[in-house]
Ligand binder design. Structure first.
Ligand SMILES: Nc1ncnc2c1ncn2[C@@H]1O[C@H](COP(=O)(O)OP(=O)(O)O)[C@@H](O)[C@H]1O
Ligand SMILES: [Mg+2]
Length: 391
């Protein structure tokens, strides 16, 4: 044919350049040849393999194909069953159904089941453009799935990195606290005793006065180091999460003047390693946020353990937050909590309205023991760097 190519043939130039590997489910050799002739006439380069039974078809599915072309009716097998097999194997493969007598209902049903297209044998001129369309669509779908997988992978990597950072920060903090305790703390305590000795044995009043001032300075330094150590690693946690949260709540109420209520289902919770610190940091961030952003007059903190889940709930009656608040580029508090929670298999729920904000940490802790009475800290917490004994 001279002159311009038919419009249907110029739909996509990218697809026809490729040699297309086609699996053709067709019992008639003649029909197979006819289909190939139409495809070649349509400008497609095709390498086709013809199969005609379920067994051959299933075997062939193990190989790589660009498209499946299938007859509707075969002896002992059907195009619809073939389509079913392809979908069950979750193959992203265009599937075109061809029939001599396909009814509209059957065609619609086939399309609903995932066929890319259907054609009548009398109308095979449509075959090449149908191929192009179907292959383009499946290429797009495959690219989308690959992008999704890549995105998921990248999300997981980012989350693993964030969790690793959270854990490393806590380990680093504990190490610094230990160093302050062992080196600075030890020296300051020794210094305090020495200066006190000098004060008591002072030869004159001036030396005694100076020694007393020095003693006061050293005491301040000791207090400051203890404060720094506490911020680095809350020693109060050694007395259990419940006691630590109670203490935190009282201190918060005193410091901010905000009315605070603390409720707990148990006096003592023996939780798996790592969980108390995560819960503690979570409450700390929630309270900091309340004092910074909420303008609340009342806060409720509740810790409970039921049905194998530890729940920490911090709610305020402040102004609430908008979803956009959580998108702030430089706000990492709540984002950090999500990562922290996942280091112990937990998660954070945040809900907010004009009546206030509630932050909930949930951690499944099936093996937690609960008691009504306080017990000494469990073994494994042998060295507490932020308690210096009686100074
Ligand atoms: N309890 C709260 N009440 C009102 N707004 C809050 C509350 N907690 C958080 N927000 C809002 O959410 C934002 C993000 O909080 P966060 O991730 O902790 O980061 P940051 O506190 O550093 O801003 C805050 O800037 C604030 O606008
Ligand atoms: Mg914050």
């Amino acid at each position: 044919m001279n002159g311009p190519r038919p419009a249907t043939m110029s739909a996509s130039r990218a697809v026809p350049q490729r040699l297309l590997r086609v699996l053709h489910l067709e019992d008639s050799v003649l029909d197979h040849e006819l289909a190939l002739a139409h495809l070649r006439r349509g400008g497609l380069q095709v390498h086709a393999t013809r199969v005609e039974s379920r067994h051959e078809f299933e075997l062939a599915l193990g190989q790589d194909w660009d498209l499946i072309l299938s007859d509707y009716n075969l002896p002992g097998f059907s195009g619809v069953e073939a389509l079913q097999i392809v979908r069950e194997r979750a193959l992203v493969l265009p599937f075109i159904l061809v029939s001599g007598e396909i009814g509209e209902e059957t065609a619609v049903e086939a399309m609903r089941n995932g066929a890319s297209d259907y054609l009548l044998k009398q109308n095979l001129a449509r075959l090449a453009p149908a191929f192009e369309r179907a292959i383009e669509a499946s290429d797009t779908e495959r690219a989308r799935q690959a992008a999704d997988r890549e995105l998921e992978l990248s999300r997981n990597r980012l989350s693993a990195l964030a969790q690793h950072l959270q854990t490393s920060v806590e380990m680093e903090r504990a190490a610094i606290a230990r160093e302050i305790h062992d080196d600075v703390g030890g020296s300051l305590t020794a210094l305090k005793f020495e200066i006190d000795w000098i004060r008591r044995h002072a030869a004159n009043e001036e030396i005694e006065r100076r020694a007393a001032v020095a003693l006061e300075t050293v005491s301040h330094a000791i207090e400051a180091s203890q404060r720094v150590m506490h911020n680095l690693r809350p020693a109060i946690l050694e007395q259990g999460l419940v006691a630590a949260l109670q203490w935190m709540t009282q201190r918060f109420a005193r410091r901010t003047g905000i009315e605070c209520a603390f409720r707990t289902s148990h006096d003592m919770l023996h939780l798996p390693a790592g969980v108390p610190l995560v819960a503690y940091r979570c409450a700390q961030e929630a309270l900091t946020n309340i004092s910074k952003h909420a303008q609340a007059s009342r806060v409720e903190i509740e810790i409970s353990h039921s049905a194998g889940v530890l729940l920490l709930e911090v709610s305020d009656n402040g102004q609430g937050l908008a979803p956009l608040d959580l998108e702030k580029a430089r706000s990492f508090g709540i984002r950090g909590l999500h990562e922290r929670a996942s280091t112990v298999g937990g998660w954070i729920d945040l809900s907010s309205s004009a009546a206030g904000t509630t932050l909930i940490l949930s951690v499944p802790v099936a093996n937690a023991r609960v008691e009504a009475q306080a017990e000494p800290a469990p073994a494994g917490s042998e060295h507490d760097p932020s308690t210096w004994g009686a100074l």
